[in-house]
Write a protein that binds this ligand. Sequence first.
Ligand code: C5P
Length: 395
Amino acid sequence: MKRIVLGITGSIAAYKALEILRRFKKGGEEIVCVLTPHATKFVTPLSFSTLSGNPVVTGLFEPRNTPIHIELAASDLILVAPCTYNFIGKVASGIADDTLSSVISAAKSPVVFVPSMNTNMWENKILQENIKKLKKLGYYFIQPETGALSTNKIGKGRFPEPDLIVKKVYQIIAQAEATPLQGKRIIVTAGSTQEDLDPIRCITNRSSGRMGYEIAREALARGGDVVLISGPVEIEPPKGIEFVKVRTTKELAQEVLARGDKAHILIGTAAVADYTPVHYENKKIKADKLTLELKKTQDILKLVRKRYKKLFIVGFSLESNNVIERAKAKLKEKSLDLIVANPLSSLGGFETQITLIDRNLKLKKLPLLSKSEASKQIWDWIIKSRNEQLNAPTN
Ligand code: C5P
């Protein structure tokens, strides 16, 4: 069952919204109707409350625990049908002076407008500019049809058939569900890094990069705007992805930090080299016996968290023993939002048996999975956890 806000504005086609409401109810959806003050001149709230089974919202200022517009903004979709010239202009200008425009101002879910008006108003350049602007910002429009208008003239501006509107709304919901990362900028780090001893040798590890590449591929499939920053690996990056090749920990840190302010989510699957030589030799080292002095590399995730407090950061942990306890400690120490604990057996392989750990140290153990299947489950979990965090009360 979906919760849909059905907004009705002051158009002669307002009565047709009742047909839309009936179809959604038949489909088992919960509908909350919001009428603008002008809409109440064309139709009565009583018809809409009777058919929806919910009180109709007309005012912003009724006393409540949660402001009504914030509560309704958290619905699965907002449909404005019919939508007037004036209402499109208001939303395009960022005005929120009634309940419906206020709901839209706070909405993160899809918003669909069904314009209905006189042909001259429809062809007005200001309206067309406003529609262009809103479409660019990700708002949906269902085009009016050509046919008989209320003035008995034939022209464009006619409200489309309710069946068509309902069908398109279900298509938009399905599309939004399939691409929950639409509009989200995601950084994925993958592979190992190399720390140079001399011009020829380096310290590194056996990471294949497969987990990170699968995570990036899945994020792309779910509509994300993904940049994959990778250390040297032998596999190909997913097609169509923004790909940045790095070699050292320092380079990886620079590339991540440069993108952190615009990103929404950072997934740190890279097996970063933890140690780097204290001295770099300019010439190839020649010695019968050699003792290396190493120091810790900079902790990229810690650095990023310090700079970008709001970024949702997911870390990965791979340990030979105390796998879960150590992953929990890293989550705290690096102030991560989530961490994925990997067993040693996953290093360089095609499969992994991971445990997902959230900020409350709640565990979710997964069975042995291919890295491709694991990446799907990891994304389901990240999206759910992030949504819960975004919707949590802030005070
Ligand atoms: O501390 P440890 O290396 O085990 O932590 C693993 C997590 O921290 C991974 O997500 C890895 O990408 C990240 N990491 C980092 N900078 C380092 C070492 C690890 O960002 N220098």
